[in-house]
Ligand binder design. Structure first.
Ligand SMILES: Nc1nc2c(ncn2[C@@H]2O[C@H](COP(=O)(O)OP(=O)(O)OP(=O)(O)O)[C@@H](O)[C@H]2O)c(=O)[nH]1
Ligand SMILES: [Mg+2]
Length: 348
């Protein structure tokens, strides 16, 4: 999964990027190029599974994070900068919730609105260019162009009304067309309230505004503190987080929020070679989940032997789960549940 960090000038995007990628990617201050990096998704359940299943390696799921520079005043330059993240799957919109001596008091409502209209404007520019092109192509017998033109016209009407494209219903074909143009307002978005180091829990009024502006899922974090935490050794990291009343670092919270806005969930495989987390569409059929590991396992799928990770924490081992009659054997029609630990049986 690819996640783009967006937000107004100086709201802490790069600071958050460095926290998420544990300072592994060198960043150039003042550059107009996006920063890109892979972040390991910290996962409390994964670590806990590895405590119960002795293994050689623990492999977290990952997310690619793209940090784009803020642009003073937005406009054309912002449009060019946004072009760098038209291919991401989802957006994390970072909102400043601390009062900054240079930038002034926090004003999340106006910042969110300003960013949203920039995204809308940049989509409008793209849609209008695309309509020109598609209408020329649609004059001939180009069925594909006609279909594209219909989708673009519907998109144009929404954007003219000031509506984000994600607010409308689109069927699969229409969605594929939208994706091919990389419309920003069609992408799922997670609001991230970047709170001050004195307000880690996000109790300030600004953070409440961000929560209310979200459609249910938002995240609060302090990018600066998270960036410091990410610089520590793993052992010290846990202690520092606990001292601040946090259960997981920013990447864990952000990934959980992303999964929610994207409708994704996590399952695990656990054996003596590796204990590993996998991200799948929530409730997808078992063979599709198997396909995320390897297409052969999907093709030759026989059944899935599984249990919930909470059962592992309760019974202590797979053997005890089996003895208690709780090891399930699921077939092709099984809808995967978040937190399942699975062995796929297959034959190719
Ligand atoms: N007090 C406080 N300052 C922060 C926090 N997060 C970031 N900052 C500061 O805000 C300034 C800008 O942070 P950046 O991470 O560069 O912000 P940005 O969004 O990448 O900025 P542009 O790329 O220029 O748009 C830096 O001086 C950070 O130290 C925070 O949580 N609290
Ligand atoms: Mg930056």
């Amino acid at each position: 999964m690819d996640c783009g960090l967006i937000g107004r000038l100086g709201v802490g995007k790069t600071t958050l990027f460095q926290a998420l990628t544990a300072h592994k990617v060198p960043v150039t201050p003042g550059s107009m190029k996006p920063n890109m990096g892979i972040a390991d998704i910290t996962d409390v359940r994964l670590d806990r599974i590895a405590e119960f299943v002795p293994t050689q390696k623990v492999i977290p799921a990952t997310v690619r994070v793209v940090d784009i520079p803020g642009v003073p005043g937005g406009g054309d330059t912002l449009g060019q900068v946004l072009a760098h993240i038209r291919t991401v799957d989802a957006l994390a919109h970072v909102v400043r919730c601390w009062d900054d001596p240079g930038l002034g008091p926090a004003d999340p409502a106006s910042d969110i609105e300003a960013m949203d209209s920039e995204l809308l404007l940049s989509d409008l520019v793209v849609v209008e260019g695309a309509i020109d092109k598609a209408s020329r192509a649609a004059r001939g017998q180009d069925v594909d162009a006609k279909q594209r033109l219909a989708v673009l016209t519907k998109a144009d009407a929404l954007l003219q009304e000031g509506e984000a494209l994600r607010s409308a219903h689109w069927d699969d074909t229409e969605e594929a067309v939208l994706r091919s143009y990389g419309f920003m307002t069609a992408k799922p978005v997670l609001l991230v309230a970047n709170v001050s180091e004195d307000d880690i829990g996000g109790r300030c009024a600004a953070a409440a505004i961000v929560r209310d502006a979200s459609s249910g899922t938002s995240v609060e974090l302090c990018a600066m503190v998270e960036s410091e935490v990410a610089e520590l050794e793993a052992a010290d990291r846990v202690e520092m987080l606990e001292s601040m009343g946090l259960v997981q670092p920013a990447i864990g919270a952000l990934a959980a929020g992303m999964n929610e806005v994207l409708g994704l969930s996590t399952f695990y495989t656990a054996g003596d070679k590796e204990v590993r987390a996998w991200v799948i569409p929530a409730h997808c059929p078992a063979p599709e989940a198997a396909g995320v590991i390897h297409s052969d396992i999907q093709r030759g799928f026989i059944r899935a032997e599984c249990f919930a990770c909470d059962e592992l924490f309760e019974f202590g081992s797979e053997k005890s789960i089996k003895e208690a009659g709780r090891l399930r054997s699921e077939g092709k029609g099984y809808a995967m549940q978040d937190g399942d630990v699975v062995h796929f049986l297959f034959n190719v």
